[in-house]
Design a binder for this molecule. Structure first.
Ligand SMILES: C[S@@+](CC[C@H](N)C(=O)[O-])C[C@H]1O[C@@H](n2cnc3c(N)ncnc32)[C@H](O)[C@@H]1O
Length: 285
C-alpha cells in the first residue's frame, strides 16, 4: 500500500492534479485498516492508477498531461463497492457463495431482461432474479425449472408471499429437466443470465440430485441461448455422491470454450473441502 501511495503522490504532484488530491483525500480513509477502508482504497485507487499511466504515456508536454489527466482524474467511485464488500466478506469466511453469486448477477441483469433459473429448488434464486428483472414495463421474465414438483410448489409459495400477483406472473415455472430449457422459451428470446444451483433440494429428498450428464446437456443448450454479454452462473456442491464428478464435468465444459468468446472463472475455498464452488461463464460481446 505504501508504494501505491507513493506512485499516487508522485502522479498528483508531477501532473498538478489538485482536484484529484482533494477528492481522493475525501474518499480515501488512510487512517483505518478495516475491510471497509480496503474496499474504498480499491475503488478509488484503481481508476486513478489507470488514468495516471494513460496520461503519462499519451502526453508529451506537462500541459497535455495535465489536460488528459484532469479530464478523467476525478472518477466517480464505481458502483462495485457493494460487490467488493461482499467479496471481502466471502474471503474472510463471513458470506455465502450464493450471496456472492446474487451480487454478480445484479451487475449483469437489467430490468426487463429474460433470465433462467435452471434449478428452482425452494425458489430463493428465482425470487432474487425476479426482483432484478421486474419493473412496471412487465417485460422481464424468469423461466424456472425443476424436476421435483415439491420444489416448484415451494418456489411458488415463496413468490406468493414475497411479491405482488403482477410480479409473480413474470415467473414461468416448468416441471422439466433443465436440459430442455430451450424447448419452452419463445423463439429468438435473448437470455441475459442462466443460473444453476446444483445438488439436492435443501430440506428435501437428498437422493434427487443434479446429474453430470444432464448438467452437461443443459450447459450446451445454455451456451447457445445466452446472449452476448450474458452470464452462466453455477454454484457447485461436492459434498454429496456424484458432486465431484459433476464439478469435473462443469470444468471440462469450461476448458473447451474458446477464450475469444468466453471468460470462465472458478472461485473455490481451499481449506474447506466441501464448501460450494462458484463458476462463472461470461459470453463476451
Ligand atoms: C440446490 S437445489 C436449488 C436451490 C434453489 N435454487 C433455491 O434457491 O432454493 C437443486 C435443485 O435442482 C433440482 N434438479 C435436480 N436435477 C435437475 C434437473 N435435471 N433439472 C432441473 N432441476 C433439477 C433439484 O430437484 C433441486 O430442487
Amino acid at each position: 500500500m505504501l508504494s501505491a501511495r507513493c506512485v499516487w503522490w508522485w502522479a498528483v504532484t508531477s501532473l498538478g492534479g489538485h482536484k484529484l488530491l482533494v477528492s481522493s483525500m475525501r474518499k480515501f480513509p488512510y487512517t483505518s485498516s478495516s475491510p471497509r477502508s480496503l474496499s474504498s482504497l480499491r475503488c478509488c485507487f484503481q481508476p486513478i492508477q489507470h488514468t495516471t499511466f494513460q496520461a503519462l504515456a499519451a502526453a508529451s508536454t506537462s500541459q497535455a498531461a495535465s489536460d488528459a489527466f484532469s479530464s478523467t482524474a476525478v472518477p466517480e467511485v464505481p458502483a462495485i463497492s457493494g460487490l467488493a464488500d461482499v467479496m471481502l466478506s466471502y474471503i474472510f469466511g463471513n458470506k455465502k457463495a450464493t450471496e456472492v453469486a446474487h451480487l454478480i448477477w445484479e451487475r449483469i441483469v437489467r430490468k426487463g431482461d429474460t433470465v433462467i433459473d435452471a434449478t428452482c429448488g425452494n425458489g430463493y434464486d428465482t425470487l432474487a432474479l425476479l426482483r432484478m428483472v421486474a419493473d412496471e414495463s412487465g417485460l422481464g421474465r424468469v423461466y424456472g425449472f425443476d424436476v421435483q414438483k415439491v420444489a416448484l410448489e415451494n418456489a411458488s409459495s415463496l413468490l406468493e408471499v414475497s411479491v405482488n400477483p403482477n410480479e409473480k406472473e413474470l415467473v414461468k415455472l416448468f416441471h422439466r429437466c433443465h436440459s430442455e430449457m430451450a424447448e419452452v422459451l419463445p423463439e429468438d428470446t435473448s437470455v441475459r443470465l442462466i443460473a444453476f444451483n446444483l445438488g439436492y433440494l435443501p430440506g428435501g429428498d437428498k437422493s434427487v440430485v443434479t446429474e453430470s450428464q444432464t448438467t452437461a446437456e443443459a450447459l450446451t443448450v445454455a451456451k447457445e441461448i445466452l446472449m452476448p454479454g450474458g452470464l452462466i452462473s453455477l454454484v457447485v456442491y461436492v459434498g454429496h455422491p456424484g458432486g465431484r464428478e459433476e464439478l469435473e464435468t462443469v470444468e471440462e465444459f469450461c476448458w473447451k470454450l474458446p477464450v475469444e468468446n468466453w471468460t470462465c472463472c472458478k472461485i473455490q475455498m481451499l481449506n474447506r473441502q466441501l464448501a460450494p464452488i462458484l463458476v462463472f461463464l461470461f459470453k463476451k460481446c
